[in-house]
Design a protein around this ligand. Sequence first.
Ligand code: SF4
Ligand code: SF4
Length: 302
Amino acid sequence: MDVNELSKEFGFAACFTLTTEPFEYYEKRLREGSLHWAADDLSTDISKEAPWANAILLLIYPYKPFRDDVPVSGNYPASNAAYHASGKMMRRLNDNGVRTERGEVPIRELLTRNGVGTPLKNGLTYLPGFGTRYSAQALLCALPETVYTPVQPRQEARCEGCHACEHICPSNAISDSGYDFTACARAYMGGDPMEDWVMDSMTCILGCELCQRICPYNFVTGYVEDVPEAFQLEEILSGKIKPVLKIVGKNLNKKGRVIQHACVIAAKQGRTDLIPLIEKWCSDEREGVRVAADYALKKLRT
Ligand code: SF4
Ligand code: SF4
């Protein structure tokens, strides 16, 4: 079975067939406490957790961002589409007798240890031809014949002489020594009540795109021309969340996250016309929503 051809059928631009050796570097960083708090959820030793698998298929789904004046991250619509596309490919492989399951593995180490991707100062991984705007999906597979993607020499960070992301980061999370997730405002936009400094740093719904937007490795991708109406602040703040979740993934409004972000962006845009809609969220049962609505009203009324 030609997994590269199959991956194209499901909309992926590249498919790498990689080995299942343990993720030792990730494991070490985990032990040192140097990784994000969600890092524990990933598998670091496939030989123990899925001993039947002989390969990791790494599927690359590139995406274009929305234009700079559209305050929505293009990452989540693409990630959601890539997740579903990889699910379909997984089912096809299983239907053809090739055992396949999702792999929740450290993608960055997978990319860099095989020389497929290069780490950048902003914590993201550059892939030639795609920049850092792609969703990577991993499938664990028991392939009948395994032809691994040749390992390339490991690339060093390609940031020499560039400080663009350091200068634009609103929460000073990037320095010459790299990316500090504890200072990255985006790491605190997951649904829990946001502190003022996080909301002050927010520039778009579902995250922060600034260090990607400014990075010269992303200058080639172009933009998505059609912005779904579902992303209009009026729609979200009226409570019409389902159309947004259909695009970005149904688990993305955890603790009212999308509504929280819409409140903050409304404040950033000076949308005083939306005050009546925001006021209604001040008595929401979710604390994070109340905090964001209060923040937005304070900004809009001063
Ligand atoms: S995502 Fe935003 S806050 Fe986080 S490092 Fe990049 S620019 Fe800074
Ligand atoms: S903006 Fe410059 S320093 Fe930052 S990741 Fe991109 S190339 Fe590296």
